[in-house]
Design a protein around this ligand. Structure first.
Ligand code: CP
Length: 306
């Protein structure tokens, strides 16, 4: 049985297979409309979500399957003190696969040790968000036609932004990738990723504070919001939250073929005026998230469609 805790749970070949399957699903949706007839996905969300929960559910429904779940810890027996391990043992009796989001790093890993169904990590604290990474990779592949030889700018909350951590883990396995890490001093990429992933694998990167300085050399700009829920005090959050605002003026500094991605939700870091720029790809990214989660569900359930 396969689980997905981190993008590294899939080899590069397996990752490429998932992305190509997602492309086939987008091109031929009818072929997959009954692939999961009789199967049920449970979404166990202990933390708020719009995209990740609904896109997993949309993915299962588009595959002909069923969905169940809870969208907050308060509406589950976690509020009475039930452990993650007891919850997953219970859910294993009802569903064939589950997606779990939890504020504590490692909670989905605990779940998969006690589960008899595949568990998808739908985001654990400030740690990993592997299905967002699959979404990001499919978006880059579809827009740029490749996942290698690219300069990727990661901007904003690189300290707490789990989507950034997962994306770095995944992209360093492709050749010719360079990173520009754009953040204020307080929100820099944690040492355990800078040293243990980038330095260890000799991946070229530079750290800058000014977005304007980075823009002209980027193929992809990956914006992130400042993660309010992971700050220890409101004052620090308020000081940091509007540090970066991508607007039309800054977009004028970027190459014509540079795409802007964002895992969303957006707060203030991308001005609404940028949405009409053909390089703004964050809502396309949302759509690709459904196809790639359909591909992931099929892969983890070992369902093959001819
Ligand atoms: N990208 C993402 O994880 O969005 P949600 O928090 O809405 O699921």
């Amino acid at each position: 049985m396969r689980h997905l805790m981190s993008p590294l749970d899939l080899s590069v070949e397996e990752l490429d297979d998932v992305l190509h399957l997602a492309q086939d699903i987008e091109a031929h949706p009818a072929k997959y409309a009954h692939a999961c007839d009789g199967k049920t996905l449970a979404t166990l969300f202990y933390e708020p979500s719009t995209r990740t929960r609904l896109s997993h559910e949309a993915a299962m429904l588009k595959l002909g399957g069923n969905i169940m779940g809870f969208s907050s810890a308060n509406s589950s027996s976690a509020s009475k003190g039930e452990s993650v391990s007891d919850t997953i043992r219970t859910v294993s009796c009802y569903a064939d696969i589950c997606a779990m989001r939890h504020p504590k790093e490692g909670a989905p890993m605990v779940a998969c040790r006690h589960s008899s169904i595949p568990v998808i990590n739908a985001g654990d604290g400030g740690h990993q968000h592997p299905t967002q990474t699959l979404t990001d990779l499919l978006t880059i592949l579809n827009l740029k036609g490749r996942l290698h030889n690219m300069t990727i700018g990661l901007c904003g909350d690189l300290k707490f932004g789990r989507t950034v951590h997962s994306l770095i883990h995944a992209l360093v396995r492709y050749t010719g990738i360079k990173f520009v890490l754009i953040s204020p001093e307080e929100l820099k990429l944690p040492d355990y990723i800078r040293n243990d992933v980038l330095d260890k694998k000799n991946v070229p990167y530079k750290e800058v504070v000014r977005l304007e300085e980075a823009l002209p050399e980027l193929d992809i700009l990956y914006m992130t919001r400042v993660q309010k829920e992971r700050f220890f005090n409101e004052e620090d959050y308020v000081r940091m939250k509007d540090f970066y605002i991508l607007d039309k003026e800054k977009m004028a500094l970027a190459p014509e073929d540079m795409y802007v991605l964002h895992p969303l939700p957006r707060v203030n870091e991308i001005a609404v005026e940028v949405d009409d720029d053909p390089r703004a790809a964050y809502f396309k990214q949302v759509q690709y998230g459904v196809y790639v989660r359909m591909a992931l569900i099929l892969t983890l359930l070992d369902i093959h469609v001819d």
